[in-house]
Design a protein around this ligand. Structure first.
Ligand code: FPP
Length: 248
């Protein structure tokens, strides 16, 4: 199925502005090859680089990936350490590349509990890429959808107690400014490689009206062609937002 790029077709609505991805299947990818699970995460980090660059080339504005959830701390320490050191290594290597490739990298989630070294790298990445406009890749790190909503509610409550806000000021339009994703439009398309039919506490507020595409392809095997298929599927969707179809 061919995709219409916004640039080619001159139709701003033909492609999503924002695609979110649950990068699942790294462990299975590695196990099927007789490799340690960490090899799957390493391959998954490479796929992230490839897909981020491809999204930018297609003219998308945002890609948001789930790199580490608030629940992933339950994994064996060796696997958690391996993912953290991969992020460390990845950021080291990619800060300059990202800037050169015109990709702004942002991190969503509570990064305060990460190692000082990783926090320093995150701050540097943010600093070096913050001026880049056009394409932004968001990496969800120590991120949980429920945690994000609770934190937002707590912050708003604090502002009420301090007399800066009144409860009636909280609306569907103002609440998102308290989320990690403040200022980022909701994803129109959520992609889940690896075949699982669940949301896994990901972007719970933001995906209220996202189209959800699940593929059995494992994340390390997810390439430009797989993204083309997901986007072509998205372009066949009739997005009604609770109303009636524009075509009927
Ligand atoms: C889920 O697959 C994947 C993760 C929990 C980790 C994802 C992390 C990376 C790809 C590395 C760093 C990321 C960036 C952006 C540089 P799984 O392990 O649950 O796979 P399985 O379902 O096959 O076991």
């Amino acid at each position: 199925m061919a995709i219409f790029s916004a640039k080619q077709a001159g139709q701003a609505t033909s492609l999503p502005r924002h695609v979110a991805v649950i990068m699942d299947g790294n462990g299975r990818w590695a196990t099927r090859r007789g490799l340690p699970r960490t090899a799957g995460h390493k391959a998954g980090a490479e796929t992230f680089r490839t897909i981020a660059t491809y999204c930018r080339d297609l003219g998308l504005e945002y890609l948001t990936v789930y790199a580490f959830s608030t629940e992933n701390w339950k994994r064996p320490k060796a696997e958690v350490d391996a993912i953290m050191s991969l992020l460390d290594q990845y950021l080291h290597e990619s800060i300059e590349k990202m800037a050169r490739d015109r990709i702004r990298l942002r991190f969503l989630g509570d990064t305060t509990v990460l190692s000082p070294k990783l926090r320093q790298l995150i701050a540097e990445t943010d600093e070096i890429t913050r001026h880049i406009e056009g394409f932004q890749a968001n990496v969800c790190l120590n991120y949980g959808g429920r945690d994000e909503i609770v934190r937002a509610a707590r912050q708003f409550a604090r502002e009420c107690v301090a007399g800066q806000r009144s409860p009636d000021e909280l609306t569907e339009a103002t609440f998102p400014s308290y989320l990690w994703s403040a200022g980022i439009p909701d994803p129109e398309l959520l992609i889940r490689p690896g075949g699982e039919l669940r949301i896994s506490n990901y972007l719970l507020w933001q995906i209220a009206y996202s189209e959800i595409y699940v593929t059995d392809t494992l994340w390390p095997d997810f390439d430009a062609g797989a993204l083309d298929e997901a986007l072509a599927w998205y372009q066949t969707r009739d997005r009604r937002f609770g109303g009636l179809s524009g075509k009927k």
